[in-house]
Design a protein. Structure first.
Length: 704
């Protein structure tokens, strides 16, 4: 039989593809060709008559991956792939439930609720039951319901040890009743309902177990507890499970991913049959050496070592900026140089740990006239929380702005309903007035909102721009609203970064008043210009900006990993979480292995945080990389108007704020403050492990 399918495979890939009908764990490193192996395995099984297309169940993590797999299979096989079960966990669950809707207890034409539809359904439920939405917030109830469904728990199986949780359980049960009555299913319900159907219906379960003799799973490290249990129900005694994954790229614990599934799978099914795909076809040697050295520090891993035949390539360029503006200016200058050398802008990616970091980078790229695209997310000035804050500012400077009025009149929620707004709009139209004018003349239910804006106008009068913005964010209720959201931390970071943007804008635009604009008007115009530029850039080559999480699965000629500082990357929240630091290291590993040819690592001594300068220290991850793979860059690229290191506040003995020092007991730290003189002089240092301490300079014996 013709085995041209195997011609382009290396020995380990070939071994994985041609395994006998047995379960196996394929430990596939970054850039090792795992998708090719998975697809070729299916084609080889069908071509050799080991299974029919109808006997294959292949699970991917995205619809895009499923479509790509089917396209590749169509090219590899002379027969139709129609009827094959290839899809995501949710897509395949939907297929099962559509086929067996009666047995699943669903109407034939049941509708699927997306995230927003589900939230709207929960709000309707709470309103119908007269529930206090401040005590039982809709978003928090949504998270509670989904988290329990993803753990395989119906309301009657959720343990509740306090009155608040017991009430949440009651609301979860009521929500399930409402969904059943309306004939709808949310996303977690698809998986849970499919699991329950197979678990209780032995006849149906046996049918699918006999049908699917080969079950193949991609990105196995990202499976959660329920997904693994779902797979086990499909896998009969004769089934061969082929699980492909990389425990070193498991970065979705916050979504419920369970890295322990790989160890369990090895014990339950693979039973020692583990094939490691370690030859990398993406990156040069220095990049892989750095990634291998870093990830070797993690104790909870199955272990592998990436290598390449492509040679060492260029060393990783390491740049330290005085502040985040200088860091961004350096990134922009390198992008320009690479563009001159013929590297496409689209083949360059700038990565950061959290979304808020994009603002400084976006501003630098915008100012330099370099087109950019935020991958997997919104540009800074397009983000919901930023637009809300700017809408409050617009109302304060231009109250006739009906768009801004409608955006914030009931956000955060003030109990102002659609009927009230319809009545107000009719009055405004009849009088030829703005909504604000109509609200002021007959406030009614809108009186608290009118008072709020008047209070805000008085509160910010005469304040510098950044302080005024901070006051608006606090008094409007935006800050409190996002503090109450489960995923509000990132939105609060973005609001903090908006304050930074205002502080920086005020420094750079001292001529705003002279141009006939107040600083507030000028800042709003600047924000609108940066946001509006996006439309003009559609379809153009553009630099890719994204979080490290969004970068997983992608690759680029050149990658910049920015903000490599303690507390930023690794993120400060990881220090308090079980396995948190190991997950952050896996995230850094993912970032490193996105680069094919050129990799930059950058950090800043100082960074604006809520309008205030914060001095940090270099990320521990930089110390974990092999020195021979790094090329420190001594040259500095000054940012427009940015201070240089020599202008940082100086203390005594040649030391200065922002400088890294070493203490015999506490290790490496960064100087954040000085006080006193002579023998009374003290220095405040933030240490990586020991925290912040005041030390008497005379006795500290600091090394620089």
């Amino acid at each position: 039989m013709n085995d041209t399918l195997l011609d382009s495979l290396n020995p380990e890939q070939r071994r994985a593809v041609t395994l006998p009908d047995a379960s196996a764990l394929i430990l596939a490193g970054a850039g090792s060709g795992k998708t090719r192996v998975l697809t070729t395995r299916i084609a080889w099984l069908i071509q050799h008559g080991r299974v029919s297309p109808l006997g294959v169940l292949a699970v991917t993590f995205t619809n895009k991956a499923a479509k790509e797999m089917l396209t590749r299979l169509s090219a590899l096989l002379p027969i139709s792939t129609r009827g094959m079960w290839v899809g995501t966990f949710h897509g395949l669950s939907n297929r099962l439930l559509r086929t067996h809707w009666r047995e699943a207890g669903l109407p034939q034409s049941f509708q699927i609720l997306d995230h927003q539809d589900q939230l709207a359904a929960i709000k309707r439920l709470l309103k119908a039951l007269n529930v206090d939405t401040e005590k039982y917030e809709p978003r928090k109830l949504q998270w509670f319901i989904n988290a329990n469904k993803e753990a395989g728990l119906r309301a009657n199986r959720v343990e509740a040890y306090d009155p608040h949780t017991r009430r949440l359980v009651e609301l979860y049960a009521a929500y399930d009743v409402q969904c059943q009555r309306e004939g709808v299913a949310d996303f977690p319900e698809l998986l849970l309902r499919a699991y329950e159907l197979l678990e209780r219906n032995e006849l149906l379960r046996r049918h699918y177990q006999e049908r699917f003799r080969h079950i193949l799973v991609d990105e196995f490290q990202d499976t959660n507890t329920l997904q693994y249990r779902w797979l086990r129900l499909f896998a009969g005694p004769q089934a061969a499970l082929f699980a492909v994954g990389d425990d070193d790229q498991s970065i979705y614990a916050f979504r419920g991913a369970n890295t322990g599934n790989m160890t369990e799978f090895e014990r339950d099914y693979a039973q020692g049959l583990v094939i490691k795909l370690e030859q990398n076809y993406r990156s040069h040697g220095h990049i892989l050496d750095a990634a291998n050295a870093l990830i070797a520090r993690n104790s909870q891993r199955l272990g592998k070592n990436l290598w390449t035949q492509d040679g060492k390539g260029q060393r990783l360029r390491l740049f330290q900026g005085y502040n985040d503006q200088e860091e961004a200016a350096f990134v922009v200058e390198e992008i320009r140089q690479l563009q001159r050398e013929g590297v496409s802008l689209t083949d360059m990616a700038v990565l950061y740990r959290s979304n808020a970091q994009s603002r400084v980078l976006e501003h630098a790229l915008f100012s330099a006239g370099l087109p950019y695209r935020v991958y997997g997310g919104l540009r800074f000035f397009e983000r919901q929380e930023v637009k809300h804050a700017l809408a409050y500012l617009r109302m304060l400077t231009h109250p006739e702005d009906d768009g801004a009025f409608l955006r914030i009149v009931n956000f955060p929620t003030r109990g102002i309903g659609a009927r009230t707004l319809e009545t107000l709009q009719e009055k405004a139209r009849a009088a030829g007035a703005s909504l604000w004018q109509a609200a002021c003349e007959a406030p009614g239910k809108l009186a608290p909102f009118v008072r709020l804006l008047e209070d805000l106008r008085r509160a910010i009068d005469g304040l510098p721009l950044a302080e005024a913005l901070a006051q608006v964010i606090a008094m409007s209720g935006l800050e409190a609203h996002y503090q109450g959201e489960r995923e509000g931390a990132e939105r609060l970071e973005n609001l903090g970064e908006l304050i930074n943007a205002a502080a920086l804008f005020e420094q750079e635009r001292e001529d705003a008043e002279a141009a006939g604009q107040t600083p507030l008007d000028a800042f709003l115009a600047h924000a609108a210009l940066e946001a509006g530029e996006h439309q003009a850039e559609a379809g153009r080559e553009a630099v890719q900006l994204m979080t490290v999480h969004a970068a997983k699965g992608l690759e680029f000629h050149t990658v910049f990993i920015t903000g490599l500082e303690e507390g930023l990357f690794p993120h400060e929240q990881s220090f308090a979480e079980n396995d948190g630091l190991e997950e952050e290291r896996r995230l850094m590993y993912v970032a490193l292995t996105r680069a094919r040819r050129r990799l930059y690592l950058t950090f800043a001594q100082a960074r604006l945080l809520h309008g205030q300068t914060r001095y940090g220290m270099a990320s521990r991850f930089l110390d974990e990389l092999p020195a021979e793979a790094l090329l420190p860059l001594n040259r500095s690229v000054p940012a427009p108007g940015a201070p240089v290191a020599a202008t940082a506040p100086r203390g005594q003995a040649g030391l200065q704020v922002g400088q890294n020092v070493r203490h015999a007991k506490f290790g490496v730290g960064v100087i954040v403050d000085f006080e006193g003189r002579g023998t009374d002089a003290r220095v405040q240092i933030r240490f990586g492990q020991a925290g912040t301490k005041w030390l008497v300079l005379q006795y500290a014996n600091l090394q620089t």
